[in-house]
Design a protein around this ligand. Structure first.
Ligand SMILES: [Mg+2]
Length: 250
C-alpha cells in the first residue's frame, strides 16, 4: 500500500499569532500614539479617523475574501492629507512603531523552529496579511535574528490580494520556487490561513491560541491537516509527513 503524502519542500508561516504570539491590541491607542505627535491639539479626533479608516480597509478585505487587500499603511496617511515625506510624519510614525514594538517579538520557539527546518533542507517563507510595508517587518525579523533563516516573504500590503485568496498563496510558493502541493502553511486563523492554503493544495497547520473576534471566524467548518500547540510541533509534524514519503511500497 503506498502512502500518498507528497514530500514537504517548504513551510510558510503567517506572522501575527503564529511566528509572533497573539496580543490583543487597542487599535485606537496605536493611532493615538501617531496622532499625538502629528497634531497634539486634535489628536483624539485624528486617532479616531485613522482607526476607522484602518477598520474599514480590514472589513473590505474580509468581505471580499481577500480579493481586495487593505493596501498599504501609507495610503491611510495619504487619504488623511498627511505628507508622508515630512519629518513631522516620520517622527509620528516612529511613535506608532514604538507603540507596536513590545507586541512584535518572535515566539520563543521561532528561531529553533526555523533552524530545524533549515537543517532538514526545507525552505521557509512568510505570508502575512498586514498593512505594514516589508521594511517594517524586516526590521522586526532582523532584531530577532530570524532574517537569515527566512527564504522569502510576501506581504498583502504590497499585493492587490490577501489571504485567503489563492493568488496570495501562489505568490509565496512562486517566490520560493516550489509547487503548492509541497508546501505546508502554518497559521492561527482557520479561514484566512488554513482554508486559504488548503484551497490551492497546501497542507494547513493550525496554531489554536489566538482570541479572534467572531466576525473573523470561518462561516463553515475548516479541518486543519494538523494542529500545532507550539511552534516546534511544526518540525515534528513535517518530519512525520516526510517519513511517509520514504515508506512507499507496492
Ligand atoms: Mg495571524
Amino acid at each position: 500500500m503506498s502512502v500518498s503524502k507528497i514530500r514537504v519542500d517548504a513551510v510558510i508561516f503567517d506572522w501575527g499569532g503564529t511566528l509572533t504570539p497573539w496580543h490583543d491590541i487597542d487599535l485606537e491607542a496605536q493611532w493615538y500614539a501617531y496622532a499625538e505627535n502629528w497634531d497634539p491639539v486634535n489628536a483624539r479626533s485624528l486617532a479616531k479617523r485613522l482607526c476607522a479608516a484602518e477598520l474599514d480597509r480590514w472589513r473590505v478585505q474580509r468581505e471580499s475574501a481577500g480579493a481586495k487587500s487593505t493596501g498599504a499603511l501609507d495610503q491611510i496617511f495619504l487619504d488623511e492629507g498627511i505628507d508622508i515625506f515630512s519629518a513631522r510624519h516620520l517622527n509620528a510614525l516612529a511613535s506608532y512603531l514604538d507603540f507596536w514594538a513590545p507586541h512584535t517579538y518572535a515566539d520563543e520557539q521561532a528561531l529553533q523552529t526555523l533552524q530545524d527546518l533549515r537543517a532538514r533542507g526545507i525552505k521557509t517563507g512568510v505570508l502575512s496579511n498586514t498593512l505594514w510595508p516589508a521594511e517594517h517587518h524586516q526590521e522586526v525579523f532582523d532584531r530577532d535574528g530570524l532574517s537569515s533563516l527566512i527564504d522569502a516573504c510576501v506581504y498583502s500590503s504590497e499585493l492587490p490580494v490577501a489571504k485567503p485568496h489563492a493568488d496570495a498563496f501562489s505568490s509565496i510558493a512562486q517566490l520560493l520556487g516550489v509547487s503548492p502541493h509541497t508546501c505546508v502553511f502554518v497559521g492561527d486563523r482557520l479561514w484566512d490561513d488554513v482554508h486559504g492554503a488548503q484551497s490551492i493544495g497546501m497542507r494547513g497547520v493550525w496554531i489554536p491560541h489566538s482570541q479572534l473576534p467572531t466576525a473573523q471566524l470561518p462561516a463553515f467548518e475548516v479541518v486543519p491537516d494538523a494542529v500545532a500547540e507550539q511552534l516546534l510541533d511544526v518540525v515534528r509534524i513535517v518530519d512525520e509527513w516526510n517519513s511517509f514519503t520514504h515508506s512507499e511500497s507496492t
